[in-house]
Design a protein around this ligand. Sequence first.
Ligand code: HEC
Ligand code: HEC
Length: 228
Amino acid sequence: MAFWRRRDGAKRRRFGCLPIFLTVLILMILLIVIIAWPRAMPQSETLPAAVAAPRPVPLRTVQSFAGIADTDQRSVALFTEAGRVIQHPRCLNCHPRTDSPTQTDAMRPHSPAMARGADGLGLPTLRCSTCHHDANFAASGVPGNPKWRLAPIEMAWQGKSLSEICKQLLDPGRSHMSREELLHHMAHDDLVGWAWHPGGDRTPAPGTQQQFGALIDAWLKTGAKCPS
Ligand code: HEC
Ligand code: HEC
């Protein structure tokens, strides 16, 4: 009996292998089909569009200072507001107290290192105009203006307080500009105007050149008082 039982069991085992073998076979075929099934190749993705230009920061209007009854105080307040433009990196980068301009909002040293040269236009071997052309050049990110050059050393603003800059602007010994010329320069000069259209992702100076000119005009008309 034992013998037969063993043979029976062996027979059952042999039959039991077939479904397992078939299942494995089917699974393998399925796997091959899944792996080999044609599907779309990964497509190249479009990168997000260039970072939007920074939003302009507003400047207070002359009228908004009308509430300050004291003329001297109003004059100081007007210049302090205009100082937000004067001490903006867009202006300070060109008014350094060394012989080299600075760059970016962080006012890093200009790269490559530049020397002022006799005329503020660089050394004979490396002129500002080698890289800075008549207009901003989007492809290279180099800002431009036909008059691009460094402000003379006696007009240095970096590292000075607004009070010091104010007194320096009005000091005929240091500046060669009369008050009328100063107003015209600030309100209409297109090199100064570049600061509101600096190109690239540079932060423009607050407000508009027209609003800035109006603040300077009102400051001069109220006696051109300097903050202490
Ligand atoms: C690309 C360089 C550059 C930038 C940017 C620049 N300036 Fe100047 N700035 C000059 C130069 C050069 C002079 C000298 C102009 C002259 O002698 O005719 C000057 C002179 C001045 C003066 C006369 C100062 C004095 O003591 O007589 C004022 C005011 C002035 N700039 C205002 C500004 C303001 C405000 C900004 C920013 C909104 C600005 N500048 C941005 C180059 C620059
Ligand atoms: C070899 C090329 C080259 C030369 C020469 C050169 N620059 Fe530049 N300059 C650049 C580039 C590039 C930038 C822009 C850097 C950035 O914004 O990251 C720049 C930026 C500046 C800025 C910063 C503007 C801002 O507010 O962000 C000032 C100011 C400046 N240059 C002044 C000058 C002056 C003045 C001269 C001549 C004495 C000069 N550069 C010569 C290449 C040059």
